[in-house]
Design a protein around this ligand. Structure first.
Ligand code: AGP
Length: 606
């Protein structure tokens, strides 16, 4: 997954491209590059690492081109270095690409046979040589049409041509691509976020389409070169705060913001006067829905798993969950009366989008729970439930996880009461508890000091386990994921009852193990599972909720108590110390917390 940008203007574009690349770094940050056209030549500058490194390159300042393309990279083919960074250029053509060309090896062999010399290890470079080859006998438009038909895989492309100094070609299949319209300049970008600082007028390319951008005109075509008319959408201009403020990291800010983001979201969905939930314009008659399937990746999948427990507990709907990258290739049984719910913070995750696309193509009911409402997944699902938690910049998802869980829980309560699966009094008491959740999260954030103090044990650990039962199992998975992606500690989340079926063999003296044991129905069983790991030498961090009753157990290394609430909402509170634990473990190691190695915020390739 990468980020691409293109600008055609009447004034030099290099600095505007650099600024947009900085905004796109959540899509990849292992190398960056820019190419502009001036004096009849392609000027290309690339560097390993962050956009800051690229900007330091003195050549940037002398780039006077009024047409240019830029790229931030998350390596798929070829190591992260300046040679494999994009743009990739021949003497006549320069290209930036987000996606994967699956038949690049075959095309490369054919092009080497034609005398083309490759400089990089990337799949992308074949496109440069293929276009150069076709331009020998075809005009630009026909060369593009022929090349796109030869490519297999996914792509969002930005292409400039030495002999066409006033235009950029954009093309899309699978990876998102948008065009932005400005005063006497036009833009090409991976998503609205990249273009938002330059314009609020935007059009999205659909799969198979390409466009030719000039500073005063944009033309769209389908894969056969027939003209396509495009709607111009107006982006919400509310300038969302993307700054860190006084926080050292976006992640630290996003953790502390959770009481506010939960409050904002509750305000959108809960009528706190009449104690009712408002989900407006639900497009389906509830009687048409007898089951739900929740689909997502990573942290979003964990909120799907959490919702499964709530759906089973509070409705009579059949519920299944799936990891998007598995769902999209399985021989699924599509059922008309099933509601498919797609959960995604960015709304651009390729696997989740492909699963949605599959369901749309099979005429299924599709609903998405997203944070970015202008995203592809939001645009292409029948119904959208925004999580209203504002921009999430830190790669490790925190407030979006709580936001996803909150909206899914609200959907469960609403479906439960509308279907009369949920008793009215119980429904009202759950809404009452929900209204005070933001305050309880605020109080639970105060466990910070203790977590900070004990995090070094995890920092130096070879491995760690996170255990939970029932509602706590998805949170154990999430806690382990956070420690993995931030502190690079090999941690596993596991159903506590499963340990004796194998993973118990991993437990050795001093191994830090987090046990989530809130005082819910699963409490006694979880405590005995905790005993099993303590008996093998584990250093147990017990996370439970406040109670006057002592925890009946010896040899617990440390205990963190979160605030009290009903069993449904305890998972929100149990998550907080786990976010902090991963944050402080990574901080102790001096790792880049907002941009962990090998990752990116939005995974737009398979
Ligand atoms: C979470 O911290 C990770 N960044 C990752 O697992 C993420 O949840 C996953 O890639 C899904 O992203 P999405 O919610 O934007 O679809």
């Amino acid at each position: 997954m990468c980020g691409i940008i293109g600008i055609t203007s009447s004034k030099p574009v290099s600095l505007a491209i650099i600024n947009s690349l900085r905004k796109l770094e959540y899509r990849g940050y292992d190398s960056a590059g820019i190419a502009t056209l001036s004096n009849g030549a392609i000027n290309e500058v690339k560097s390993e690492g962050r956009v800051d490194n690229l900007e330091k390159n003195s050549a940037i300042k002398s780039m006077m081109g009024v047409v240019g393309i830029g790229h931030v990279r998350w390596a798929t083919h070829g190591v992260p270095n300046a040679i494999n960074a994009h743009p990739h250029s021949s003497e006549n053509v320069s290209i930036v690409h987000n996606g994967i060309i699956e038949n690049s090896t075959i095309l490369k062999k054919y092009l080497i046979g034609k005398g083309h010399i490759f400089k990089s290890q990337t799949d992308t470079e074949v496109i440069v040589h293929l276009i150069t080859e076709h331009l020998k006998e075809n005009d630009l438009k026909n060369s593009i049409i022929k090349v796109l038909k030869q490519l297999q895989g996914s792509f969002a492309l930005g292409i400039i041509f030495k002999d066409q100094p006033d235009l950029i070609v954009g093309a899309r299949r699978g990876s998102p691509l948008a065009v932005g319209y400005g005063p006497n300049e036009n833009y090409l970008g991976s998503d609205s976020y990249a273009l938002k600082s330059m314009t609020n007028k935007i059009s999205y390319l659909n799969d198979g389409e390409f466009c030719i951008l000039k500073k005063d005109q944009v033309k769209f075509f389908d894969e056969d070169g027939l003209k396509v008319n495009k709607k111009v959408l107006e982006l919400s201009t509310d300038e969302q705060n993307y700054e860190k403020g006084d926080f050292k990291h976006f992640m630290a800010k996003e953790i502390e913001e959770q009481p506010t983001t939960l409050k904002n979201c509750i305000k959108e969905y809960v009528d706190t006067i009449n104690n009712d939930i408002n989900i407006y314009n639900f497009p389906w008659d509830l009687k048409e829905i007898s089951s739900v399937t929740l689909i997502g990746c990573g942290t979003a999948y964990h909120s799907c798993l959490m919702a499964k427990y709530w759906f089973e507990e509070l409705t009579k709907l059949d519920v299944t969950i799936d990891i998007a990258s598995e769902f999209r290739y399985r021989n699924n049984r599509f059922k008309k009366n099933n509601l498919y719910i797609f959960v995604s913070q960015s709304g651009e995750t390729a696997d989740t989008y492909a699963a949605l696309d599959l369901c749309n193509k099979n005429g299924m009911k599709t609903c998405s729970v997203v944070n970015v409402i202008e995203s592809s997944i939001a645009r292409d699902s029948n119904f959208v439930l925004p999580i209203h938690c504002g921009p999430e910049i830190g790669v490790a998802s925190t407030k979006a996880f709580l936001g996803q869980m909150l909206v899914l829980y609200i959907l469960v309560l609403k479906l439960g009461i509308l279907r009369k699966d949920l008793d009215k009094d119980l429904y009202l008491s759950k809404i009452k508890d929900l209204k005070i959740l933001p305050r309880l999260v605020e109080e639970t954030l105060l466990t910070e000091r203790k977590i900070q103090a004990i995090s070094s044990t995890f920092t130096d650990a070879k491995g760690s386990m996170f255990l939970g039962r029932g509602y706590s199992y998805p949170i154990a998975l999430e806690g382990a994921l956070k420690l993995k992606e931030l502190a690079y500690v090999h941690a596993e989340g596991y159903p506590a009852g499963e340990m004796k079926h194998g993973p118990l063999a991993l437990i050795e003296d001093g191994m830090p193990v987090v046990v989530l044991a809130p005082r819910d129905n699963y409490y006694p069983k979880t405590i005995s599972n905790m005993q099993e790991v303590i008996a093998r030498g584990a250093k147990v961090l017990l996370i439970t909720n406040k109670s006057k009753d002592e925890v009946v157990s010896e040899n617990i290394w440390e205990t963190i108590e979160v605030e009290n609430t009903n069993d449904d909402l305890l998972p929100f509170l149990l998550t907080i110390p786990l976010q902090k634990l991963a944050y402080y473990s990574a901080l102790k190691k001096g790792y880049d917390i907002d941009k962990p190695r090998n990752l990116a915020k939005s995974v737009t390739v398979e």
